[in-house]
Design a protein around this ligand. Structure first.
Ligand SMILES: C[S@@+](CC[C@H](N)C(=O)[O-])C[C@H]1O[C@@H](n2cnc3c(N)ncnc32)[C@H](O)[C@@H]1O
Length: 245
């Protein structure tokens, strides 16, 4: 039985937010890599409607709203959203927050979103085809979906026992990855680069960017840092644009 990731995130939210302390002035893509200030994938957001998928504490949505966007955040964890509400109040930022699964965006009308963005949420989603179709429906033609997720090569190792680094799982194994963090059970889903590309093209997107960023040289290290990040990409970033309906 796969884990109930929404319940897991409810239990993990407080510790995650305490440890991550994410910025609210610039969008982030993942631990120990450059932010949007370095990667520049999103363009000018002034006056744009931006949808953040798996927004968690809404730090990226707050950054989008500070840049003049109308920000909409979606998450299925009530605890993450209640942290997001408190943070928005503290920052004086207006973000529309929705408690929903990413596969259900029925609260949005078709062709109304200028940018869909997601940082590290899609690894918890088994059926990404469905999410890509939902996002396609709400995006305007030509508008980008930009997302980061755990790099599928990183799934092959166990970074808790770093020496020696061994391949413990096949790249071709698509079965769910069950793990525990702080005594809380989660399930991740392994999406290969080929599978992601194929799903996006089938859902009528054109992929224009795939990034596998190296860790920032000499940068401060996050709570997630492992020396393995120097050898195996931790994060995969994809930008794809909606083609016609
Ligand atoms: C690692 S956190 C990242 C949150 C935020 N993007 C950030 O960078 O801090 C993953 C988030 O995705 C949300 N999430 C995962 N699967 C989801 C789904 N199927 N529907 C809605 N939210 C989901 C979780 O509740 C959690 O808040």
């Amino acid at each position: 039985m796969p884990t109930d990731n929404a319940a897991a995130w409810d239990r993990h939210s407080a510790a995650y937010q305490e440890g991550a302390r994410l910025p609210t002035d610039v969008a982030h893509y993942g631990p120990d890599i450059g932010s949007e200030a370095d990667l520049r994938l999103l363009g000018d957001l002034k006056g744009k409607r931006v949808l953040e998928l798996g927004c968690g504490g809404a730090q990226c949505s707050i950054a989008f709203s500070k840049q003049g966007a109308t920000a909409i955040g979606v998450d299925f964890s009530a605890e993450q959203l209640s942290f997001a509400r408190r943070l928005c109040d503290r920052e004086g930022a207006k973000v529309e927050l929705h408690h929903s699964d990413l596969a259900d965006l029925a609260f949005l009308r078709a062709d109304c979103i200028d940018l869909a963005f997601s940082a590290y949420a899609f690894g918890y989603v088994e059926d990404l085809n469905r999410v890509f179709r939902q996002v396609h429906r709400v995006l305007k033609v030509g508008a980008p979906l930009v997302f980061s997720l755990p790099h599928p090569a990183y799934d092959l190792i166990d970074d808790d026992s770093e020496q020696p680094l061994l391949v413990r799982r096949s790249y071709f194994d698509r079965s769910p990855i069950d793990y525990e963090h702080n005594g809380i059970a989660f399930t991740d889903y392994h999406h290969t680069i080929g599978d992601l590309y194929t799903s996006l093209v089938r859902a009528s997107y054109r992929v224009d960017t795939i990034l596998e960023p190296e860790p920032v040289h000499g940068g401060p290290r996050s709570q997630h840092w492992r020396d393995a990040f120097r050898m195996i990409p931790r994060t995969l970033i994809v930008r794809a644009r909606k083609e016609g309906n």
